[in-house]
Ligand binder design. Structure first.
Ligand SMILES: NC(=O)c1ccc[n+]([C@@H]2O[C@H](COP(=O)([O-])OP(=O)(O)OC[C@H]3O[C@@H](n4cnc5c(N)ncnc54)[C@H](OP(=O)(O)O)[C@@H]3O)[C@@H](O)[C@H]2O)c1
Ligand SMILES: Cc1cc2nc3c(=O)[nH]c(=O)nc-3n(C[C@H](O)[C@H](O)[C@H](O)COP(=O)(O)O)c2cc1C
Length: 496
């Protein structure tokens, strides 16, 4: 599924406020100058935003000798919720150095095309950014030479660079075009000049005109009933109904996945513990070969298990990738809490950075576990998958997770094997189903969707698989939702 470019993550902010430590941010973009101002300037654009890394692929970089460019850069990062990095000279500029037309240091550097003032610190993981906003003051009509140092320090091939400057009165002129040769294979957009009294609204209008602010991105966690997808805090879209594959093996598994893909299902849930990743990978590759889907259209979730798998997470994560053999994995979860869960999650974070996994999350994590876990990780979970059905509703847990910008997915939506008859035959559900001319399964799945819970019913029956996708032509009334809500018995159908 595709990734939304610029993310304006209201809900992420809530996650980060609640969960993340300042320390965690430093691993993403950092300098090593020891300069206190520098440390603060490498935070998220929003003053309160810490801890998020993967939700954004834009980096705002700036050099500012007297604070004017810094202000504009801060607005941009805040609006885009982007990471921000200050270019700090190893040898700071004094007032005397900046006294222009005096033959001082800044004048001399600008006169010397070979001057490359050293930078203190560096951007870590620049490869994760697709777009770099690059801000600088105009010095004698050009960008300060330290901008050349910066551009020559990294590989910008294929990245988009958006220059902007501040000045006393000069326009951006040739200053941006003269930088192009330092990052030849970047896609340079036209630059923009700002004065010292530029407002945040003016910066917003500029970013809007560049198409960097996505309205859709403002809606992380909100279900789109037209596209049948939800935008995750990782920036990727995930379908809101899928196929669960627990207990499916061999041809039964391959056929179920095939029927699901043919029926329009685009989300498949598996796990290392299900022992069927190979079959699922085979069915997907076959469907791609047969022109039924493209890899980018589908979203595959897998999980690594506690015990030996989490003790050696790199090996087990790679083993999932190898067994599935479909290139990247869309989402990997820790299947259950474990003594090694933080270590295993950090290994998943590394795989995200390497582009082998797109989003990561947790399964069977509840309020207490989440409260303890979240501050210890850098990439916020995009998803929590827990047991949820009308007899076990988790009404306290679901909002707790959703308020953090994390999407909730329910397992055993139909009660789980051995329990479906009672749930599907429940008089309240049957009555509501009859009123809408749909099945009990469809009512339960729709109830989940209207609560903002993604559904992954398991089935090896092609008719059921098809039926379980037909959830969008009817809507439960508030009264019907309340009647199903009243069925909660806090009755878990499995031990975890
Ligand atoms: N993270 C975790 O710890 C965890 C734990 C358990 C499960 N899961 C995931 O959640 C998924 C769902 O759980 P589940 O498959 O065990 O249980 P489930 O979806 O609650 O129920 C599956 C049962 O419902 C039947 N069914 C499916 N659609 C139906 C329909 N439209 N009408 C009547 N019956 C229908 C299936 O039979 P037919 O085959 O005959 O359709 C099957 O017996 C799993 O497959 C797995 O991917 C995760
Ligand atoms: C060495 C030097 C040269 C400058 N040259 C120009 C110039 O050619 N045109 C101009 O309008 N402003 C010029 N300025 C002013 C700065 O561009 C302006 O004050 C800018 O907004 C400062 O940004 P900062 O506070 O982020 O460092 C120059 C400033 C310095 C220090």
């Amino acid at each position: 599924m595709k990734r939304i470019g610029a993310i304006f993550l209201t809900l992420m902010l809530l996650f980060c406020l609640a969960a993340c430590s300042n320390e965690s941010r430093q691993s993403d973009v950092e300098t090593s100058s020891g300069n206190e101002n520098t440390a603060a300037d490498t935070e998220k654009g929003d003053d309160n935003m810490t801890g998020e890394t993967q939700a954004n692929n834009i980096l705002v970089v700036y050099f500012s000798a007297t604070g004017t460019t810094k202000q504009i850069a801060g607005y941009a990062a805040d609006i885009l919720n982007a990471d921000i990095y200050e270019i700090v000279p190893e040898d700071p500029y004094t007032d005397e150095d900046l006294d222009y037309y005096s033959g001082g240091r800044a004048d001399r550097e600008q006169d010397d095309p070979a001057a490359r003032p050293a930078i203190s610190g560096s951007v870590q993981n620049i490869e994760q950014y697709d777009t770099v906003l690059l801000g600088y003051p105009i010095w004698h009509g050009q960008a300060p030479r330290i901008i050349s140092t910066f551009l020559e320090s990294y590989n910008f091939d294929g990245k988009t660079i958006v220059p902007f400057c501040t000045s006393h009165s000069s326009g951006i002129g040739s200053s941006a075009a003269n930088l192009h040769s330092l990052a030849k294979n970047a896609n340079w957009l036209d630059g923009e000049r700002f004065s010292s009294d530029t407002t945040r609204e003016e910066v917003q209008a500029w970013l809007d005109s560049l198409g960097l602010i996505s309205n859709a991105a403002a809606e992380v966690g909100v279900f789109n009933f037209d596209t049948h997808t939800v935008l995750l805090n990782s920036g990727y879209e995930m379908p809101i109904n899928g196929l669960g594959t627990y207990s499916l093996h061999g041809d039964e598994c391959r056929n179920s996945v095939r029927w699901a893909l043919e029926s329009g299902v685009r989300l498949i849930d598996t796990a290392s513990a299900y022992g069927n990743e190979e079959e699922i990978g085979e069915a997907i590759r076959q469907a791609i070969d047969d022109g039924i889907v493209e890899r980018e259209d589908i979203f595959v979730i897998t999980k690594i298990y506690p015990g030996s798998e989490m003790a050696d997470p790199e090996t087990s994560i790679q083993a999932c990738l190898d067994r599935l053999n479909i290139g990247y994995v869309d989402m990997m979860l820790l299947h259950h809490p474990d003594t090694n869960d933080v270590k295993a999650y950090k290994a998943m974070e590394q795989f995200v950075k390497e582009g082998k996994i797109r989003s990561i999350g947790l399964s069977n994590w509840y309020v207490e576990e989440l409260t303890e876990f979240l501050p210890q990780v850098d990439i916020p979970p995009a998803l929590v998958q827990n047991e949820i059905h009308p007899y076990y509703q988790e009404n306290d847990v679901i909002p707790f997770i959703q308020e953090k910008g994390i999407v909730v997915q329910g397992w055993y939506p139909l009660g789980g094997r051995g329990h479906t008859a009672e749930l599907l035959g429940d008089p309240v559900i049957s009555e509501i189903a009859e009123a809408h001319g749909v099945s009990s399964a469809q009512v339960i799945l729709r109830w989940n969707l209207q609560k903002g819970v993604v559904v992954i019913p398991g089935s090896s029956n092609p008719d059921h698989i098809r039926e379980n996708t037909q959830l969008y032509h009817f809507e439960l009334t508030e009264d019907e939702m309340n009647r199903i809500n009243a069925l909660d018995r806090n009755e878990k159908h499995d031990w975890y």
